[in-house]
Design a protein. Structure first.
Length: 318
């Protein structure tokens, strides 16, 4: 096809015509190139800029950078503590029952090197709690995730173990504390067992649910390609279950951390939960609040770390 009279295709249009795209000069559309576009920069550079900002898909506001949203989160936390401080300063809340944030900070600095009144410094109490929580949580992940995957993939295994699991699942983890004290005393083994039971159930349930929801089309395609059942389990089933599996680990982390505090308050001689218990015994609201703040901060740190690992492991999800 020849161009219309008076129109001469440029070099780019000629190249497009050679590639089968000879209609570009007729329709008036410019072929794709990395030339500067409106707003400055090439298309690839503008795409990089778009990735650095978070756009609201509902159009409820202009997109802000990730740094701006992070600053909003920091401002929210600071506003919370500021309101807390002002409520006590103006007498809305009695300082007898609720300590000021500035007093909590002062106590935190003091407890970093002093053992009064609970007998342990903050680093010692934190390490004691972390040791128990990590041991129990890792043990629950190592055992609960494989059992859940097998339950969700193999019907025979599910029929064999599910009745026992359904009997144990409704039992609250705290109810195991008296038996654990009788069996294992009040050492790290006893507390780790309680943590294990609290984190074990979510790992099993989410792992089984995740692998059960594997796309049947992917399984059929793998079978068509000659993959065995074991190969499909490892190369199709497990990757498909990873998002829900990580959600279960996140729930297990919260359960483990909350149960740890209860276990230390009932059967321990050190740790953050034990520090809260001693604060109650000595009627020290500041110690109780400090323990609660440390538990919340460590829990948030654990959650953020787990989210970072999740994004690294399942990059294909994004």
């Amino acid at each position: 096809m020849k161009p219309a009279p008076g129109l001469k295709p440029g070099p780019t249009a000629k190249m497009e015509r050679k590639r089968g795209g000879g209609r570009a000069w007729l329709t008036g559309r410019k072929p794709f190139s990395l030339r500067p576009v409106e707003g400055g920069g090439t298309l690839s550079e503008q795409n990089k800029k778009l990735k650095t900002s978070v756009k609201d898909p509902l159009g409820r506001g202009r997109g802000l950078s990730n740094f701006a949203y992070a600053m909003l989160s920091v401002a929210g936390v600071l506003s919370f503590f500021l309101i807390w401080q002002l409520l006590i300063e103006f007498g809305v809340v009695s300082g007898r029952y609720l300590s000021k944030p500035t007093e909590i900070v002062t106590l935190f600095i003091y407890k970093m090197t002093n053992t009064n009144p609970d007998g342990s410094t903050i680093p010692v109490s934190t390490l004691a709690s972390l040791e128990v929580a990590i041991v129990g949580l890792l043990l629950a992940i190592v055992t609960g995730v494989p059992i859940g995957l097998l339950m969700g993939w193999y019907t025979g295994f599910r029929k064999f173990i599910k009745p026992v699991f359904e009997i144990l699942r409704p039992i609250p983890p705290i109810s195991w504390i008296p038996l654990t004290i009788l069996w294992l005393g009040i050492g790290i083994k006893a507390k780790a067992f309680i943590i294990f039971f609290a984190a074990f159930i979510p790992c099993v349930i989410n792992s089984a649910t995740g692998i059960e929801q594997t796309n049947k089309t992917l399984i059929n395609v793998a079978k068509t390609c000659g993959a065995s059942n074991v190969e499909i389990f490892f190369k199709v089933g497990i990757p498909s279950a990873l998002p829900i599996m990580f959600a279960g680990i996140r729930v297990a982390l919260g359960n483990a951390w909350a149960t740890l505090v209860a276990a230390e308050m009932l059967a321990a001689n050190s740790g953050l939960g034990y520090m809260i218990l001693m604060g109650r015994n000595y009627a020290r609201a500041d110690i109780v609040i400090l323990g609660m703040v440390l538990i919340g901060a460590l829990g948030a740190l654990f959650t953020g770390t787990l989210g970072f690992i999740e994004r690294r492991v399942i990059k294909w999800r994004t």
